[in-house]
Ligand binder design. Structure first.
Ligand code: B16
Ligand code: MG
Length: 218
């Protein structure tokens, strides 16, 4: 039986990925590095610092930035991102998610958020979903981000649940890798191309149904 559900935030509960994209794109342009939505796929689920490294690597010149300068760029991106998410509200919860959360809660299974975002607690509050989540793992609680399993194992440990009895829901390649490395049942939301390793995959959040997940869980 399933002992815990652990949900990724960006791309599963709400679509903040678009705001991350806009904020990184603006910062990239200031640095003379431009990119589109395709490249942005490689930033999903990846930490703020690692995202900046990937953008810098995309630009072909070595900008020779110091650690302080990199930290300042990350802070600048985050300020812009926070401005962009200022107005999010419960209407930004992705389709089907609230029904799924209700069903899991009704079944008495504890739920956590496993996110790479330090903004996760603030976003859950703006979406008014606090009542569903017993625990939030954000980037501040782990030393290694996805694809390392730590984000998910920290949540499972909080519940005292063995990893094999946990279900994780993810939209990013790095997130599915993290779940499989943890030995958890990985539910993917998105394309077969990037989430091929998921144990069960659907195309969009409205197809996520509690009964279907329970049936496939083995
Ligand atoms: P922040 P998730 C991830 O959230 C995002 O997918 C990723 O694009 C972002 O860089 C990362 O959080 C860090 O976020 O800059 O807000 O701390 O998908 O793991 O919920
Ligand atoms: Mg995500």
């Amino acid at each position: 039986t399933i002992k815990a559900f652990i949900f990724d935030l960006d791309g599963v509960i709400t679509d903040t990925a678009e705001y991350h994209f806009q904020a990184w794109k603006a910062l990239g342009e200031e640095l003379g590095i431009s990119f589109g939505r395709d490249f942005n796929e490689q930033l999903k689920g990846v930490s703020r610092e690692e995202s900046l490294e990937r953008i810098l690597a995309l630009g072909d010149r070595d900008l020779g930035l110091s650690e302080e300068e990199k930290a300042a760029l990350c802070a600048k991106k985050n300020d812009h991102y926070k401005q962009l998410i200022e107005g999010i509200s419960p209407k930004d919860i992705l389709p089907g998610i609230e029904d799924l959360l209700k069903d899991v809660k009704a079944a008495g299974i504890p739920m956590a958020i496993g996110s790479a975002s330090r903004n996760a607690p603030a976003i859950i509050e703006k979406l008014e979903l606090n009542g569903y989540f017993d625990y939030i793992v954000d980037a501040g609680k782990v030393t290694k981000g996805k694809p390392d399993p730590e984000t998910f194992t920290v949540a499972a440990d909080h519940f005292g649940a063995d990893y094999g009895s946990c279900v994780g829901v993810e939209d990013a390649h790095a997130g599915i890798e993290a779940l499989k490395a943890a030995g958890m049942f990985a539910v993917g939301v998105g394309s077969e191309e990037s989430l091929g390793k998921a144990d069960y995959r659907v195309d969009s959040t409205e197809q996520l149904k509690f009964d279907a997940i329970v049936q496939r869980f083995v």
